[in-house]
Structures are given as structure tokens and as C-alpha cells.
Design a protein around this ligand. Structure first.
Ligand code: ADP
Ligand code: MG
Length: 830
């Protein structure tokens, strides 16, 4: 069916349709605009034959938003039918294709009489609702569903978070200190104890008479009732030495009651004992054993319906398990029991599953790249002589990293295919100068260049640096900012439309509908992961297949870059301009903050300026943010830095007010600036040499690194002082250890790798913002090799069978379109 790249491009439409099938058409808003946008994007992948189909698709929802319910239903039915000619439609969505009159009051069996054009999907056993599983009633089903476990297939994809070797439980005596053990015994006492801290203690006695104290510090009152006296129980966790050397204890162990009534301590035939058992993330209100039993049932009855998407030849080549076996082993290991129980993270079963996941993403990227490269864009002249002139007009020679990047960009721009390049460089590596060179190449050919930044402050900063880098050159840089008056804005709009504005800098306002360019040839996007796909796409649509340069200061680890930007070319600025002194970073306990203040005082005394940064509690809690920031400013002014003029920027200020504050600081009227993280990507004040960050443990390392890049902009030695939360908190040592990385290195890439390992990719970039697909199995930080293999296979496959039309690739194509349901196409850039 159709071209897979085209299907993928259209797949974002499935999401709203799913929603409509659940919630009804009345609550669906903005569909017309969405369809128009998706269709527009998809045109790049449509051959001649599909172009009219795309037209009909857009046509089918004309006027949808203002239509009544019946018309909406008809519209949707038409949309689904048209869509069905272009990509496989999931069962729940295909039901929408039925005409209104038939949609209600019919017996289920009669749905088969739906119009011939309606897409049919075979009933998929994996879509069986959990309630149909034996042993799952309505109450249990509701609990599972609340965790997103709706179908048998969902259960199969809900992997254990750990395994536990229960083939041979240990006695308390046998269990070594400092190691995880499973101990079987009987509850002989359960009580709350008050000592230094409130805690729950449960005493377990094993068959040999040894006793173990299980201790909980965090628990709800109702938790107590989970421990009936004399119930046989299995506990597992790390065995530690008790308080004051008394006996053995476990803190917060996993507990499993063998049976509430107390008979049969170790039943032979049970999924929970005598084997290596899976430990699942707990579902509230479902006992671990019950949950495991449900998983077992799902695996036993449904794993055989799983299609193996990977072609057999590939599986052999990469020594991958068949999918059904991988799933079975991942849940209830037998063949790999020993391997998994030793804590090998998932072993072979997991490798197979992660491979498939990464392979499908890479396959999507490979298909897309093919799509991007086919239709011609602009071939700039970008002559060597022109480039030389541009570079030599800069106030300093380029670093060799900048030179390399500019060379790569120029050669991309010369080619007729649209450039799609990521410029990745640490804070202060000089991306702006590179961007300027690219922009001037476009301008030299009579095109406009647009630079889109995520914040007002940053847009202004860019405009200012571009103008200063351009010095005498007669090139018009226009700033389109939200703080312009109506008249100024109209004036700017005229300059853009007439082409007078040659380089245009702005925020997402540039991508808005009302913005028109005369001849947009180059789109530069700064800090790209902060923009939604739609914003980027809509800016690009203002030119005719313009070249795109994405700049990011977040040093994205190679693994992640490959997955996120698999279809982008990458230039890296791995060298700082000369004349920088490294920033000295130190972590301070809250109790030692006076020492940190001394550093600040010394710098202020020497005529320098300083930042004090506070964490922004929550985007939604701007008021609290304001209060905290104001309070801190007052405190510093009264008690700590008396007599020093202190400025304040926070998320509650409007752009104009914030700019005014920033200006004052830049001019040196305020010497110290208290700020929430709004300064993260904005300011360039060379005289500021010290940054003090409160609650540093609440920041990601990469974020701290970005912040730190705001000092050390001049030649003077600079300082970054990290204060960790209130003293004495339990996590403080761990947090400080993590922050030590900041003391040890200024290498943004190392910091990013560390961050990725600690927090996972979702948090690293913010899944929602980045559109990063969340993987069920793969972990980018440690699956580099799997990713590499998967990528090779994916690109080779597309090379060999670009339409995925060979029979051996049918399953993988199907999987690609179903499994990712439109998420995948959102993972791309531009
Ligand atoms: P980034 O955007 O990558 O964080 P910028 O483009 O803001 O970095 O550059 C940081 C600072 O370095 C700016 O003040 C800029 O003028 C300066 N700079 C950039 N390239 C060079 C160079 N080749 N030689 C000297 N200074 C440079
Ligand atoms: Mg910059």
C-alpha cells in the first residue's frame, strides 16, 4: 500500500482520529488546519499519482471546525476513507469510516457492510482488551487501564524492571551483607517504631529460626495492614547490618505474601517461585503476584500472535532471537534465566527488542532522508571568493572548527538538495559567527535568511551580535520581536515582504501565519529542541524548500544525536575561540554558603558583576517563582551584599520589563543580578565573572553547564559556585557527588553523556519538547552498539528496497506504520 515515506508523513493524522473514535467528533478542534499542515508536509513524499489523493484528503475536512455534528461525522468518514487509500488504518479508527446513519443502532456483525472503500483491518488478537483475560474482572481491568495497560499487546510490551532469582531463597544466616537476597519466612511482628525517625518494622523469621528486620521509612498508614501475623512471606532486597550492629535488616524490600491464610509456604507450581521471576513496576492496588499471573497469562496465550517484523536474513546476520521467544524470555526467562538473574541488563531478549525498536526509528529516518533528497531546493552560488570576503570581514579569524563548519555549510548550500544540517557547539564556541557566514552567502544571492530563537532575549542578543559582527557592511538586519508596538510591527512586516530586510531575527513570531517573506532562502533555528515540529515546519514553508541550519548549544551525545537527527548532517564546533580562561567551579554545602559569598564579594569588590540563579519551581508556578526571587533579592540586599545595587529578572516579567532589567545589568548600573533560569540562554555580559546557583541539585548537569557558560565571556578568571539544598538532607551526599562532575570538567560533551546516563533521554531533552520517541526497551545511553547495528541494517534495507515492496519486508513495513502511529514522524527535525 502506497509509499511508506508518504504513509509515515500522514500518520500524525491517526492520533486525532483515534481521539475522535473514543471521544466523539464534537470535541475535535482544529482538524482542518492540522490536515492542511500534514498534507502540505506530506507533499514532499507524494509522487504524481498520489497528489490528487492528497488534495482530496485536504478537501474532505473543509469547514470541519464550524460544521455541526452530523456534518463533522460525514467529513471524518470521508477523511478516513481517503486516508485508507494511503496508509493502513487501525481498526478503531476505521470504524469512523461508516456513514452516519449506519454508525448507530446496528448490530456489530453488520459493520461488515461498510462501503467497499472503507479500509479493513484484520481483527488483531493483540488488541484484545485486558478484561477478556481469564482472572481479570472489571475492577482489575480499570486499575490496569489507568496505567495504560489496555490490551494483551500492552501487557506484552510492559517489561519487567528487574528479575529476581527465586530458585533458591536464602536463610537469613546465609544472606551475605551488602548483597541482594531473597529470604523466605513468616511474619512474626509488624509495628511502628518511633526512635530518631518514625518507621515501620516487620520482623520475618525463616525456617532455620533466623530473623530479619524489614524497615520502611516512607509508607502510608494503610501499608501496615499488608502484614498479617504469621503469614508466609518472601522478601527481597539488599541485606544490611542492623543499627548498632544488631542482626540483619532490609530497607524498603520488595515483599510478597505467599498466601494470606498461611498455608503452603512454597507451592511448587507457581510463576512466582522456584524460578527467576520478573519484577514489574507496581500497579497501584494490584498485588505483585496477581500482576505477575496476569502477565503470565498474556504471554502464554498471546505471544504466538506476535508477528516477527525483522526479515529472517537480518535476524540471522545479527544473531537476534525470534520476537516471540524474546518476549517470552523477557517476561519469564528460562533459557536466559541465569543470565538475567545475574543482573545482565536484559541480556539477549532485551537486545532483540531494543534492536527492533531502534531499527524501526532508523528505518523511518532512512525513508525520510530519501524523501528529502529527491526534490530540488535552492542551489546557492556560494563562491569561494564571496565566502573569503565574508570571513575576512569578521573582527577576528575563525577558529579552525568554525572554518570547517562554514566550509561544510557552504558546500551544502551549493548543492540543489535542501541543506539539512545541525551545527552543534558548546556554549561560547562561536555559532553566531558561523550562522552569519551562512546568512551572508544567502544574501549574496539575493535571498533572505531568517534566524529563529526560542526567547525574546536571545533573539535580541542575536540581532545585536549580528549587527556588531557586520560592522560597516550594508546589510539590513531586522528584529521581529513581540515587544514591538503595532506600528513598528507593521513596519517590520513591510520590510520582510519587500525583501529590504535581508537577515531577519525573531522568535516563533517568524513562523506565524501573518509573517511573509519576499524570498526566504535560508532558515537558521537556534536551540532547536525548544521548538515544536509544527513551528519549524511552518517557518520552512515560508520559503520554497529553503536550506535549513539548526544550531544547538546543548551538547547532544552522539548516540542521541543519531536517533534524534539521524537524517541530519552534523557539524561540530569542538574548540573555543582563543583568549578564554576556564571557569573555576565549586560545590558548596548550604552550611558553607558564606565561603561562596566571599568569592562573590571579592569579585564585586574588584569591579566585576555577578549572577545569583534560582531554580524555577514550575512553569505553572510563576507566582511562587516571583515571590522566591523577590525574597532572595531582598535578603541579599539586606543581609549579604549591603550597598550593592541588585537587579531582578524572573518569569513573571513581561519582555519589556525584563529587557530593561537586563540592560541595566549590562550597563553596569546593577552589579548583581538575581534571576530565575530565564537567563539560561540569553545574556552576554563580559564583565560578569561569577555565578552562584542555588539548589544546584535541582538542575540537570547540562543545564548547569549552559548557565555556567554565561560567565567566563571576558578574559578575567571566572567562577561558578554551586550551592546544594538545605544541609543534612539525606540525598545531599549523592547530589553533591553528581555535581562534582561540574568541578572536574568543562567539556560539555562529557557532561551531557553523564547527564544522559543519570536521567535518561526523555528528561535530558524533555520528551515533549523534543518529540523524542519514548522507547519501551532501548536505552540510548547504553545501547550504542545496538543502535549502530540497527542503523546499518535500516539504511541498507532502504537502499535495497526503497519502497519496502519485497515480500520479506512486508512485515517490517506494516510494523513501521502501526507501531509508531505517528509518533515516529514527530521525532524528526523540520
Ligand atoms: P555560542 O552562540 O556558540 O554560544 P557565540 O557565537 O555567542 O557563541 O560566541 C561567543 C563569543 O565568542 C562571542 O563574544 C563572539 O564574539 C566570540 N567569538 C566567536 N568566534 C570567535 C573567534 N573566531 N575568535 C574570537 N572570538 C570569537
Ligand atoms: Mg549564542
Amino acid at each position: 500500500m502506497g509509499d511508506p515515506a508518504l504513509s509515515l508523513a500522514l500518520s500524525p493524522l491517526l492520533q486525532p482520529l483515534r481521539f475522535a473514535s473514543r471521544a466523539g467528533v464534537a470535541r475535535l478542534n482544529g482538524l482542518e488546519a492540522l490536515v492542511a499542515k500534514v498534507v502540505e508536509q506530506a507533499r514532499a513524499y507524494a509522487g504524481e499519482a498520489s497528489a490528487p489523493k492528497l488534495d482530496r484528503l485536504a478537501q474532505s475536512v473543509r469547514g470541519f471546525d464550524s460544521a455541526g455534528e452530523a456534518d463533522r461525522q460525514r467529513s471524518i468518514a470521508a477523511l478516513v476513507r481517503e486516508l485508507g487509500a494511503l496508509l493502513p488504518i487501525p481498526l478503531d479508527v476505521s470504524a469512523l469510516a461508516r456513514p452516519v446513519s449506519e454508525a448507530s443502532g446496528r448490530l456489530p456483525g453488520m459493520a461488515a457492510q461498510a462501503p467497499a472503500a472503507a479500509p479493513k483491518a484484520p481483527a488483531d488478537p493483540l488488541a484484545t482488551p485486558v478484561i477478556h483475560l481469564r482472572g481479570v474482572g472489571p475492577a482489575l481491568a480499570a486499575k490496569l487501564e489507568s496505567r495504560g495497560l489496555r490490551t494483551a499487546g500492552d501487557l506484552l510490551l510492559n517489561f519487567p524492571r528487574a528479575y529476581e532469582d527465586r530458585r533458591t531463597p536464602r536463610t537469613v544466616e546465609e544472606a551475605p551483607l551488602g548483597e541482594r537476597s531473597v529470604i523466605a519466612g513468616q511474619i512474626v511482628k509488624a509495628q511502628e517504631a518511633r526512635g530518631r525517625r518514625r518507621r515501620l518494622e516487620v520482623l520475618v523469621r525463616d525456617a532455620a529460626g533466623g530473623t530479619l528486620v524489614c524497615i520502611w521509612f516512607h509508607y502510608r498508614q494503610s501499608f501496615l495492614q499488608r502484614f498479617p501475623l504469621f503469614a508466609p512471606v518472601l522478601v527481597s532486597g539488599e541485606v544490611k547490618e542492623g543499627y548498632r550492629g544488631g542482626g540483619k535488616v532490609m530497607h524498603h524490600p520488595d515483599v510478597e505474601l505467599l498466601s494470606a491464610s498461611g498455608e503452603a509456604a512454597m507451592p511448587k507450581e507457581d510463576d512466582s517461585f522456584g524460578r527467576v521471576v520478573p519484577v514489574y513496576t507496581e500497579v497501584e492496588g494490584v498485588p505483585a503476584r496477581t500482576f505477575r499471573r496476569i502477565e503470565k497469562r498474556a504471554v502464554d496465550e498471546y505471544v504466538r500472535f506476535v508477528d516477527d517484523a525483522l526479515p529472517e536474513a537480518m535476524r540471522k546476520r545479527r544473531r537476534l532471537l525470534p520476537l516471540a521467544e524474546a518476549l517470552r524470555e523477557a517476561h519469564f526467562p528460562e533459557k536466559f534465566a541465569a543470565e538475567l538473574s545475574r543482573g545482565v541488563p536484559g541480556g539477549e531478549p532485551r537486545r532483540r527488542l531494543a534492536f527492533e525498536e531502534l531499527f524501526l526509528v532508523q528505518l523511518g529516518l532512512a525513508l525520510r532522508r530519501r524523501g528529502v533528497k529527491v526534490e530540488p531546493g535552492i542551489a546557492f552560488r556560494a563562491e569561494a571568493r564571496t565566502l573569503e570576503g565574508i570571513v575576512s570581514a569578521l573582527p577576528w579569524p575563525l577558529t579552525s572548527a568554525q572554518e570547517r563548519a562554514v566550509g561544510e555549510i557552504a558546500s551544502d548550500m551549493r548543492r540543489p538538495e535542501p541543506m539539512n544540517r545541525l551545527l552543534q557547539g558548546d556554549v561560547g564556541s562561536g555559532k553566531t559567527a558561523v550562522a552569519l557566514c551562512a546568512a551572508r552567502l544567502a544574501v549574496a544571492d539575493g535571498y533572505q535568511a531568517a534566524l529563529m530563537a526560542p526567547t525574546e532575549i536571545l533573539a535580541e542578543q542575536h540581532a545585536r551580535s549580528l549587527r556588531s559582527l557586520l560592522r560597516g557592511a550594508s546589510i539590513h538586519v531586522e528584529l521581529v520581536s513581540g515587544s514591538l508596538s503595532q506600528r513598528e510591527r507593521e513596519h517590520a512586516a513591510r520590510l520582510l515582504r519587500s525583501g529590504t530586510a535581508q537577515i531577519v531575527v525573531g522568535t516563533h513570531a517568524l513562523a506565524e501565519e501573518a509573517t511573509f517573506f519576499h524570498k526566504l532562502g535560508l532558515v537558521i533555528i537556534d536551540e532547536q529542541h525548544r521548538f515544536g515540529v509544527m513551528t519549524r515546519a511552518s517557518l520552512m514553508s515560508k520559503g520554497h524548500r529553503p536550506d535549513v541550519l539548526v544550531m544547538t548549544a546543548t551538547p547532544i551525545p552522539r548516540t542521541l544525536a543519531l536517533t534524534l537527527y539521524g537524517d541530519l548532517d552534523v557539524s561540530v564546533l569542538d574548540e573555543l575561540p582563543p583568549g578564554r580562561t576556564p571557569i573555576a567551579t565549586r560545590v558548596f554545602k548550604d552550611a558553607a554558603r558564606e565561603k561562596a559569598y566571599d568569592v562573590v564579594r571579592r569579585e564585586l569588590h574588584a569591579g566585576r558583576q555577578a549572577y545569583v540563579v534560582l531554580p524555577l519551581v514550575e512553569e505553572s508556578e510563576k507566582l511562587a517563582d516571583l515571590k522566591a526571587a523577590t525574597r532572595e533579592r531582598d535578603r541579599l540586599a539586606m543581609d549579604v551584599f549591603a550597598g550593592v545595587p541588585i537587579g531582578l529578572v524572573h518569569g513573571r516579567q513581561g519582555a519589556a520589563e525584563r529587557n530593561e532589567e537586563m540592560e541595566r545589568f549590562r550597563r553596569g548600573e546593577t552589579r548583581l543580578l538575581v534571576a530565575t533560569t530565564v537567563i539560561e540562554v540569553g545574556v552576554d555580559v563580559p564583565n560578569a565573572t561569577v555565578m552562584l546557583i542555588e539548589h544546584a541539585e535541582r538542575f540537570g548537569l547540562s543545564q548547569l553547564h549552559q548557565l555556567r557558560g554565561r560567565v567566563g565571556r571576558g578574559a578575567a578568571r571566572s567562577y561558578c559556585l554551586l550551592i546544594t539544598g538545605a544541609s543534612g538532607a539525606e540525598w545531599a551526599p549523592a547530589a553533591r557527588k553528581r555535581l562534582r562532575v561540574m568541578e572536574e570538567t568543562t567539556d560539555g560533551f562529557r557532561i551531557a553523556e553523564e547527564d544522559l546516563e543519570l536521567r535518561g533521554p526523555g528528561e535530558f531533552l524533555g520528551t515533549r519538547q523534543s518529540g523524542l520517541p519514548d522507547f519501551a526497551v532501548a536505552e540510548l545511553a547504553r545501547d550504542q552498539n545496538i543502535l549502530k547495528e540497527a542503523r546499518e541494517e535500516a539504511f541498507a534495507l532502504v537502499q535495497e528496497d526503497p519502497e519496502l515492496s519485497k515480500p520479506e519486508n512486508a512485515a517490517v513495513k506494516d510494523q513501521l506504520l502501526h507501531r509508531f502511529r505517528g509518533r515516529l514522524s514527530l521525532a524528526r527535525v523540520g
